[in-house]
Design a binder for this molecule. Sequence first.
Ligand code: GLV
Ligand code: GLV
Length: 322
Amino acid sequence: MTTFKVVVTGRLPEAVLGELAAAGTLWTPPDGGPLSPEELRAAVPGANAIVSMLHDRIDGAVADAAGPGLRVVANVAVGYDNLDVPALRERGVTATNTPGVLTDATADLAMGLLLSVSRRLGEGERLIRSGRPWRFALDFMLGSQVGGKLLGVVGLGEIGRAVARRARAFGMSVAYTGRRRAAPEVERELDASYLPMPDLLAASDVLTLHCPLTPATRHLIDAAALAAMKPTAYLVNTSRGPVVDEAALVEALKSGVIAGAGLDVFEDEPRVHPGLLDLDNVVLVPHLGSATTETRTAMARLAADNVRAVLSGAPPLTPITG
Ligand code: GLV
Ligand code: GLV
């Protein structure tokens, strides 16, 4: 029997590692990762499968370092901007991601950020922990109601739709933009209207980003886009940091161009623009969109199942086809 080499670049739940070990010999980072590009390059020679984390850049050079035995790269994330999919395809390597299993967790977090920034939860927490005196007063720390407001969704894919459903339960109405219009039954279910980007920017009370990071969406939210938003509007980003020009966002938040932002992702993770740290009207969390025990286990298991399928000659469960 052939023994496959499976390189796992980060920590996976023990149970899932056990399942993967049935597929081949595992290599895992001695310190749990993350791997530097050099460490990654050093780990992959002879690999038949790579289970990658979202900050590992897996391109043609990494595939070449792995050698001709490499068959599958299973990204433990739905986003796959870290993979050079065409370069992998050229080398006969299947790439997979983890759609579906993280939809609800990520949508929950987007809703959490939306409520946190509009109701000033981070600011309130900081106030209490600071020990500074406070008292209930009718005009104390007023936020903004979400019910009756318009949620603008950029990218009405699975996660965007899940956020829209939640927002509707909070009394919000929904508009969206995207590369193409959603199916009529999706528009009907969410009572969602399609708007071109400029109109969505101008109309939204909360703009939430659910597009993949591609050359077309890099800095989609730049100074001009922010200037087109309402001064009372909030921006929520649980997609990828570089979709937003972070320096422009700092300026917009400082000068009241928009009212606030809730950010789960950053342009140069784990670095966070220092200008954001000084602002009270931004809620910052460290890339937690899919971070529930249930969801992370399901993501790891799906990646492992993709590896096992491809190594056994079966079709992958969730191939990246784009
Ligand atoms: C997380 O950011 C993911 O793409 O799964
Ligand atoms: C607020 O705490 C209220 O009771 O209205």
